[in-house]
Design a protein around this ligand. Structure first.
Ligand code: SAM
Length: 234
């Protein structure tokens, strides 16, 4: 279970109404049950149910079961796509160890305004719980690609994934960038000619091909994260 509270030996954690409903109503836990807690900062802890109420409850932290594990400094930038496909990207990016997930609006992005940030943030928490992670990636509010690049730290490598560069571009190879990395995936319609020209010329960008076929945006995101982790991750 994800909680906001600090976690540590003997730490008491009070539960919200929703959390109490889930643990005691849905999962049928009672006083004495031991469960795992994470908060994204202190690793994973065993905690015992001390008080189980309808509107709240109290858990008591016992022992740490996993130390805090930070993912590599890898961000995923993607152009928002249809709702269920976007949920897929966010879930898989969490499982594959992206540290930050950034929806970016490009020229051909058609539903940037419909990104429901709170929903995506909840999905990231759920995916972290499900995959046994201790770090919860940040999901940022949708921002124009141009604006993101205007504020870019030029020491961070940007891997620009572009199917139009098949044959000219390579896959990921080492060494791993020392100042962090980011993968950029375009929308269903790809990048515009202007964007492509601009991205190709950024001094901190590397153009990446994900193979000879055009992948859907969500497939491209999963493939790129997997290949990056296999080649350069830790
Ligand atoms: N422009 C295309 C079109 O309309 O036919 C399709 C874009 S593709 C569905 C969405 C995004 O996935 C692309 O912008 C790119 O970032 C990434 N992508 C898909 N296939 C790729 C490949 N073979 N190599 C690199 N990137 C790829």
């Amino acid at each position: 279970l994800y909680v906001e509270h600090p976690l540590g030996e003997g730490q008491l954690v009070s539960l919200s109404r929703e959390q109490a409903h889930y643990l005691f109503g849905v999962m049928r836990m009672t006083a004495g049950t031991v469960l795992s807690l994470i908060n994204g900062r202190d690793g994973e802890w065993d905690a015992e149910v001390i008080e189980a109420g309808k509107r709240g409850g109290v858990l008591g932290c016992q022992a740490q079961t996993k130390p805090m594990q930070m993912p590599p400094d890898l961000w995923l930038l993607f152009a928002p796509i249809r709702k269920e496909r976007m949920s897929f990207i966010v879930e898989k990016a969490t499982e594959l160890g992206a540290a930050k997930i950034m929806p970016v609006q490009t020229s051909y992005t058609n539903n940037g305004d419909r990104v429901r940030l709170e929903k995506l943030q909840a999905q990231v928490v759920e995916a972290t719980e499900q995959c046994g992670g201790t770090f919860v990636p940040e999901v940022t509010a949708p921002t124009k690609l141009k604006q993101v690049l205007a504020n870019w730290d030029v020491t961070r490598t940007l891997y620009f994934c572009d199917e139009a560069m098949i044959g000219e571009a390579a896959g990921f190879n080492g060494p791993a960038p020392t100042n962090g990395a980011a993968i950029l995936i375009g929308p269903e319609g790809g990048f515009s000619p202007d964007e492509r020209e601009m991205l190709k010329n950024l001094p901190y960008a590397q153009i990446i091909s994900l193979g000879p076929r055009i992948l859907r945006a969500e497939t491209a995101a999963v493939a790129a994260l997997t290949l990056w982790q296999a080649a350069l991750g830790d």
